[in-house]
Design a protein around this ligand. Structure first.
Ligand code: IMP
Length: 430
C-alpha cells in the first residue's frame, strides 16, 4: 500500500482524528493537504485529550514523519503555539515535522478581512474566523500572497509587505464598517520573529514526499473538513476555501493521484454542521428534542470556535454522493454510541423536492435548499454500546442500522467507533 487517505464525507467534524490516530502506526508519513487552523482534530491517546487544528495528527507519534503540505494555509502564531503546547505535554516535536515552503501564510489583515466579510450586510458563510478564505483568495490572486518560504528572506518579505499592507488598508477601509489598519514595519518584525522559530521545520516537502514514494514508504493523508465543505463539490458557497475531498491531495501535496490506493470515508452515525448553509435533515425539535439530546451526548460543540453544532439524522443521499466523489473504498462509522439516546432512529433515503422524489444529491443549490428529507425509520437500541469490541457484541437493532447505512451508501463498513477511546473501536472483517 503506497498511500491511503482518511476523508470526511459530511460537513466536517466526523472524528477523522481518531481514525488517523488508529491507522497511523501502519504508515510512515501523515500528511495534511488542505485547510488550516480551521480544522479541529480531537484525539484521545495515552489517557490525554489532544486538540490539534493545524498540525497533522501524526505529530502525536514522534516516530512518524508529519508533513504540512503546500495546500495548507498557515497562521504562524498558531503553528508555534501548537508545537509549544505539545512539548509542554511531553510530546517531542522536531525533525519529525516538515512544513512546506510553498504553503501560504495567513496575516492579521486576513483575519480582519474575514471579520468584516462576516459582519457586513452581504452574504455571510459562518466561517471559523481563522483567515482561511482571504488567504486562499490571495494565493489564487498571486500578487498579494506570501508563502512560508518567503518568510525566510527578510528583505523580500519587508519589500513585499510594504507593498501589500497599504493596499490592504485601503481595501479594508472601503468596507465602511472597519476602523482597523495595519503597519507594514510592525507586521514584518513580528513575522520575522516567527520565521526564525519556524525555520527548522520549513522544507521542500514535495521532494521529501517524492523520496518517500521512491523508498516505498507508506503515506497517510489526513483531510481537514468534510467533502460537503469542498470548495468545488460541496454546498457552495457555504463551504471552506479548499478541496477537502481527495481531489485536494495531488495539488496540496505534490503526490500523484495514481499512488492513492485506499480511501477511508469517515461519517458520523448522524449528521452535524457548523456555520450556515442547507442541511436537509437538521433537527429543530427544541430543548427536549432528539437534536438537543444528540448534541449533548455527542458533545457537539465546535473544537475551534465552541459554537453549538447543528444536529440531524443521517443523510444517505448526501453521503452516497460524497462517497462516490471521494472514491471511498470503505466507511468508518463514528459516534454510534451517541444514538443510544434515541427511541427511534431515522435515515434520510431520498429528498422530496416539491412533490418529486430525488434519490441523487442535487447539483442546483436552489433545489437543495428546498428539499425535504424522506425518512426511513428504524427502532433505537436504548442501551450502552461503548464496551462492544466486535459486531456481535452490538444489539441487533444497532447492527441492522449500520447494515442499512452500508446498503444505502453502497460501500462496505470497515470500522465502527463506539466511544472516544482507541479501544472503543470495532474493525469489521471484510
Ligand atoms: P472557513 O473554513 O473558516 O472559511 O469556514 C467555512 C465553512 O466551513 C463554515 O461553515 C465553517 O463552519 C466550516 N468549517 C471549516 N472548518 C471546519 C471543520 O473543521 N469542521 C466543520 N466545519 C468547518
Amino acid at each position: 500500500m503506497t498511500a491511503s487517505c482518511v476523508v470526511g464525507l459530511q460537513w466536517g467534524d466526523e472524528a477523522k482524528g481518531k481514525i488517523v490516530d488508529l491507522l497511523a502506526d501502519r504508515h510512515d508519513f501523515v500528511i495534511r493537504y488542505n485547510g488550516g487552523a480551521n480544522a479541529g482534530h480531537t484525539v484521545v491517546a495515552n489517557g490525554r485529550t489532544y486538540k490539534l487544528s493545524l498540525l497533522p495528527t501524526g505529530v502525536l507519534k514522534p516516530h512518524l514523519m508529519s508533513v504540512i503540505g503546500n495546500g495548507v494555509v498557515v497562521y504562524p502564531p498558531r503553528f508555534l503555539e501548537e508545537i509549544d503546547n505539545l512539548k509542554a505535554q511531553g510530546t517531542e516535536v522536531g525533525d519529525n515535522l516538515a512544513l512546506s515552503d510553498h504553503a501560504h501564510v495567513i496575516f492579521p489583515y486576513h483575519l480582519e478581512e474575514e471579520r468584516l466579510n462576516e459582519t457586513g450586510s452581504g452574504q455571510t458563510i459562518g466561517t471559523t474566523g481563522r483567515g482561511i478564505g482571504p488567504c486562499y483568495q490571495d494565493k489564487v490572486g498571486r500578487v498579494t500572497a506570501i508563502r512560508v518560504g518567503d518568510l525566510l528572506h527578510a528583505d523580500y518579505l519587508r519589500q513585499k509587505l510594504h507593498a501589500i499592507v497599504p493596499r490592504k488598508n485601503r481595501m479594508l477601509a472601503s468596507f465602511g464598517n472597519g476602523l482597523k489598519t495595519f503597519d507594514a514595519d510592525q507586521i514584518t518584525e513580528e513575522y520575522l520573529g516567527y520565521a526564525e522559530r519556524m525555520r527548522p521545520y520549513v522544507k521542500d516537502t514535495i521532494r521529501i514526499l517524492h523520496d518517500a514514494l521512491r523508498e516505498k514508504k507508506r503515506l497517510l493523508f489526513e483531510a481537514a473538513q468534510g467533502s460537503l465543505l469542498d470548495v468545488d463539490h460541496g454546498t457552495y458557497p457555504y463551504v471552506t476555501s479548499s478541496n477537502s475531498c481527495p481531489a485536494g491531495i495531488w495539488s496540496g501535496s505534490g503526490v500523484p493521484a495514481r499512488n492513492l490506493e485506499q480511501v477511508i470515508g469517515v461519517v458520523k452515525a448522524y449528521t452535524t454542521r457548523v456555520g450556515r448553509g442547507p442541511f436537509p435533515t437538521e433537527l429543530n425539535d427544541g430543548p427536549d428534542g432528539v437534536g438537543e439530546k444528540i448534541r449533548k451526548a455527542g458533545n457537539e460543540y465546535g473544537t475551534v470556535t465552541g459554537r453549538p453544532r447543528r444536529c440531524g439524522w443521517f443523510d444517505a443521499v448526501a453521503v452516497r454522493f460524497t462517497a462516490a466523489l471521494a472514491g471511498a473504498d470503505q466507511l468508518a462509522v463514528m459516534l454510534l454510541d451517541v444514538l443510544s439516546v434515541a427511541d427511534e432512529i431515522k435515515i434520510c433515503v431520498a429528498y422530496d423536492f416539491e412533490g418529486e422524489r430525488l434519490e441523487r444529491f442535487p447539483s442546483d443549490p436552489f433545489v437543495l435548499e428546498r428539499c425535504r428529507p424522506v425518512y426511513e425509520s428504524m427502532p433505537g437500541w436504548r442501551s450502552e454500546i461503548g464496551s462492544a469490541r466486535k459486531l456481535t457484541d452490538l444489539p441487533l437493532a444497532t447492527r441492522r442500522y449500520i447494515d442499512r447505512l452500508s446498503e444505502l451508501i453502497e460501500k462496505p463498513i470497515g470500522i465502527v467507533s463506539v466511544g472516544p477511546d482507541r479501544e472503543q473501536t470495532i474493525f469489521v472483517e471484510q
